[in-house]
Design a protein. Sequence first.
Length: 640
Amino acid sequence: MSVPAKQFYDFSSFRLDVAEGVLLRDGKPVSITPKAFQLLRLLVENHGHILSKDDLLRQVWPDTFVEEGNLPFNISQLRKALGQTENGITYIETIPKRGYRFAAAVTVVNGGGLPLPVAAEAAPQPPQEAVPQKPAAVDKRPLRALIERRPLALALVGLGASFLAVSLGVLRERLPWSHSSAARIQSIAVLPFENLSRDPDQEYFADGMAEELITDLAKISSLRVISRTSVMRYKGTKQALEEIARELNVDAVVEGAVQSSGGRVHITAQLVQPRPEKHLWAESYERDIEDVLGLQNDVARDIANQIRVRLTPQETAGLRASQPVRREAYDAYLKSRYFLHNERGVTGARKSIEYSLRAVELDQTFALGYAGLAESYLSPAFTGGGPVREAMPKAEAAAQKAVQLDSSLAAAHVSLGLIRVIYTWDWRDCESELMRALQLGPNDPDAHWAYAWYLGTMGRLAPAIAELRRARELDPLSFSINRDLGVRLYHARRYDEAIEQFQRAIELNPARGYTWLGWAYEDKGLNDQAVQMFLKDDEVTGATSETIRALRKAYAAFGMPGWLKASLKLEGWPDYEKPYFSAQTYARLGDRDNAFLWLEKTYDERSMWMTMIKVDPALDNLRSDTRYADLLRRMGLPLN
C-alpha cells in the first residue's frame, strides 16, 4: 500500500511517521529496530486484517533468505515496545496457524493534521494463543534498509555542497546509527538475554550466553564493561533502559535473545544508547553450537566495531581466536556456571564441580571448561564447602591445564593467583599471575579483586583499596566487592569510611555484613553500636532467642569483655571461620596464649583468613610477640 510522504498513522498515544521512519509515543521516539519498524508499518496499514506469516516475511525481507523464527522475535520486540491498549488488549494479535493482525483502531492523518478516510475496520478480537517461536535467523541489512526508507536523507543529495555538509552534520546527530554518537561510548552493560525457548530449564543457556559475551567484551581495555553480577539484578525486570544505564553509569546497553535447538544456536543482539534512547545497531547470528565460542567472538567484535573502540593487536587476536567445543561439553559448562552463580554455598559449589568435571571429561581440549573447574574448586575456600587441603590442589591442576590449552584465559590466571595467595603463599608467582590476568582481562572485576587481596596481604592497603574501587566500577552492585572494599578500609584504620562502605554493602544484601560493621564500631570505641550490629548478625543467621538474651545479659553486666567471653561459648560457628574468629576474640581480650593457639589451628588448615594477620586491627596487641613474627616468617610475609 503506497502512503504519501505527509501522512501519519495514529493509534492510542502512538504516531507512526512513515516518511521519517520513526515511531513516536506522546511525541517522543520509541526505540525499535528497522525491521521491526517495517513490520509494524505493514500491520498498521492493514489494521483489522490478518496478514499471513509468508506475506510478512516476503515483504519485510524481500531479497534475503531468513528462517520463519525471525518473525516471532520481531513481533515479540514490538509487543514489548507497544505494551497494551487502555483496554488491556495486545496491539498485535497472533492468529493461530494463519498469521498476525493489528487490533487497535488506526487513524490516517495528512500533513495538515486532517484525518483521511480509511476502510472499515474489523472488530478487535481477544488475544489469541501465541504461535510457538522458532529460532531467530540472520538479517545482515538492518542499517541499509533504514537508509533506503528515508527519502529526506536522500533528498539532501541535490543541495549545495556547503549546505549539504552542515545538514549532514545535524542529521548525523539524529540518525540512530550515527558513529559520532557511538564514538562517545566508553562504557557498556550487557543485560541478561531473553530465553526465546520459553522453557525455564533453558535459562542457564541464555544466562551463559550473556556472561560469555561480557567476558569477551571485558578483554577490551579502552571500554568499561559492567560484570555479570551487577547486570543479573535486572533479569526479568521492566525497568527503563535509561534508569538502568544511570544506575550502572554506562553510555550504552546491549539487549539480546537466544535460542538453542537442533544443535544450532541463534542470537539476536541490539545496541542501544539510552540517554536519549537511540537504537545504534542490531544483528542476528546463527551457528552450530560447536562453534558457539566463535559466534560470541563475532558478536563482541561487531559491537566493538560499531562503537569504534580501539583494539590492541592482542585484543583483536583474542576476539578472533576460538576453538570448536563439543555440544554436550559446552552445555555442561554453562550449567556449572549457572549453579556457581545462582546456588551459593556448599550445594552450589558441589553441583558446579559436578558439571565442570563432566564438561572436561566430554572434551579434554576444552580450556574454558578447565578454567571453570578451577573456579568451582576454589569456591569451598570461601564458603566452607570442604577441606581446603583437598580442594586447592585440584583447583591448581585444573587452572594449569586451562593455561596450557589457552594461555589467554584471564579467569585461569585469576584462579592461579588466588591459589598462590590463600593456599601456597607463593608471593612472587602470585603477583605475576595476577598481573597477567589484569593484562588479559582489564575489565574483569575478579582480577582486580584478587590483586587487591594480594596487595592487602602484603600490607599495601592504599593500592589494594584503589584496585577494589576499580572492581566496584566494573561490578557496582556486587555485595562481595562492596564489602571487601569496606574490609580494606577497616584494615587501613579508616573506620568512618569503612562504616559507610559496610552500610552500602548491607543495602545490597541485608542478610550479610553486620559483623564487619560491628568490628568497625568497636574499634572506634562505639561499643553499644557494635553490639547492636553483632546481635543483628546473630538474628539474620538464625541464632536462638535464648542465645541472644544471654549475649545481651553478658554485655549489660560486664561490658565488651563480657560480650566477647560469652561469644566464645556460642555453638554453630562455621568450621572454616571458628579458628580465626576465636583467635581474634582472645586477642581482643588480651589472652595471647589462646590467641596464638587458635592462630596455629588457622595456619594448619591453610585457611584464607591467615592472609589478614598482617593488617587486622584485632591482632594489634599480638604484634610485639615473637610468635607473631614467627608466623609471618613461615608464611613468607615481610615483617614490616
